[in-house]
Design a protein around this ligand. Structure first.
Ligand code: URA
Length: 247
């Protein structure tokens, strides 16, 4: 529980500088429980606080945890160069809050992308030690064969990697499509593994992270949602799979 002046609350929620937030309040653009708030120093309990800015409803959140269905031709980089950045798909308040993607998808990869302004969450989710499986559906140039699946399961040697990388699971789902589950997050990993195995990736979608699936979220491409506690719990590593540290 914490009480804060409204101008600071708005600033924490991404409504701009303290001065800009003060101007919003003094301009009569902020209401709580249907009443316009006068006085930017008015103090409110933040927990569960609901308010409107320009008649749009918001709920106070200490941090935001977001799932985005990333469309193709958006970059995850903070300074996108050739395509718009994924942050342009979210309300601008999230940019002010310093929301960032958790890891990266290539500009042409679609699917589930987590985003947050909670540094500890981003760090934990990105840590290779957590062994959180990521599920990808890859469309291939050449037909998928049992030999290709076996090779991806056995491991393929990528340039610049000290040891072969293997899929956790891999299965054919169509003549030119396979589902591959990885627990590492190396640069262009699926595309490079397919190339090293003698095929070529022509389209790639991330369909799940841990037990959180794009299908269950029912997000259209380009849309996003907040993740609740139960959905965040699906991102925890499966204790069965976490390996003890190497001795
Ligand atoms: N593997 C890739 O090759 N690209 C991605 O975007 C994600 C995983």
């Amino acid at each position: 529980m914490s009480k804060l002046p409204l101008e600071r609350i708005l600033q924490s929620q991404g409504f701009g500088t303290r001065k800009a937030c003060r101007q919003l309040i003094d301009g009569g653009e902020v209401a709580i429980a249907g009443e316009t708030v006068s006085g930017h120093r008015a103090v409110f309990e933040t927990s569960g606080l609901e308010f409107t800015v320009f008649d749009e409803a918001w709920v106070y959140r200490e941090h935001v945890y977001i799932a985005l269905h990333k469309p193709a031709n958006f970059e995850c980089s903070r300074k996108p160069s050739h395509h718009p950045g994924v942050l342009s798909l979210l309300p601008e308040q999230f940019t002010w809050r310093d929301v960032q993607p958790v890891g990266r998808l290539d500009h042409d990869t679609t699917g589930l992308l987590l985003m947050s302004d909670d540094g500890a969450f981003i760090h934990a989710q990105s840590s290779p030690k957590r062994h959180i499986p990521k599920v990808y559906v890859a469309t291939t140039h050449e037909p998928v064969t049992p030999a290709l699946v076996d090779l991806l399961l056995a491991g393929v040697q990528l340039h610049d990697e000290p040891a072969p990388l293997a899929a956790l699971t891999c299965r054919q789902i169509a003549t030119h499509q396979l589902e591959i589950v990885l627990e590492q997050g190396k640069y262009h990993q699926v595309k490079r593994m397919l190339a090293a195995a003698g095929n070529h990736c022509s389209a790639l979608q991330r369909s799940a992270i841990g037990a959180l699936t794009l299908e269950a979220l029912a997000l259209d491409a380009g849309t996003w949602c907040y993740l609740d506690e139960a959905q965040l719990a699906l991102l925890m590593p499966d204790p069965e799979r976490v390996r003890p540290p190497a001795t």
